[in-house]
Design a binder for this molecule. Sequence first.
Ligand SMILES: C[S@@+](CC[C@H](N)C(=O)[O-])C[C@H]1O[C@@H](n2cnc3c(N)ncnc32)[C@H](O)[C@@H]1O
Length: 229
Amino acid sequence: MELHAIKRVYGAYSDVYDALFKRFFYPRIKHAINYMDIKPGDRILDVGVGTGLALSEYPKFCTVVGIDLSTAMLKKAKKKIRENSYKNINVLSMNAEMVGFEDDTFDKVFISHVVSVVPDPYTVMDEVKRVCKNNGQIVIVNHFKSRNKIVMAGEKFLNPICEKIGWSNDLCLNEFIRRSGLNVYEKYMLKKLDFWHILFATNNKSVSEGNDVAYGRFNTASTGAEHSL
Ligand SMILES: C[S@@+](CC[C@H](N)C(=O)[O-])C[C@H]1O[C@@H](n2cnc3c(N)ncnc32)[C@H](O)[C@@H]1O
């Protein structure tokens, strides 16, 4: 989506976003942040923070900056910050394609349901890697194109509609990892049949092309996640 369309569409969503999407998005957001290796004093960037569905999950001992293009979505996030007195969290109006922070500012970056919304996910990922410290953690929650041929056909059919209502369906997971230059050490879905992947990556600044790990099934070892079908 183009930037003006993103502002328009998410401006329109802002009042109903939580009611429409929280039940789908929040469980993965909660899971992903709980399995981030957040340490006391960590500085975390939440890219495309939206209405702030993730804000309740960040521990008080870290500092969080959320950025978003949509002032209407940010207004909702600011309300959550105010109502819950989140003193360690701040949100700013900012384009993720031109992040206004210096190199190596953040220990960790969280990006949920954003890389298939922005016009160019790779420009955003370049910015994410730039502002994240070397060997920092980058965690992504997103829908990627299915590898099941029937689902893929449905997604292709629906993509023009999805693009009008706020996201694209055709981002390929392996291509995204490779072109982002992400050192992904774990990727999985919370359920066997799920629309969203969770990726845990290390920001290895010396690597320009990303690696690709085998599926950690709907994983397991390091997360200890419970998975239901
Ligand atoms: C589907 S919402 C996800 C919000 C939140 N991360 C969540 O998981 O609920 C996508 C968000 O990305 C924001 N966004 C899209 N393009 C952006 C950009 N270039 N810079 C910053 N935010 C952007 C939108 O305004 C919107 O709030």
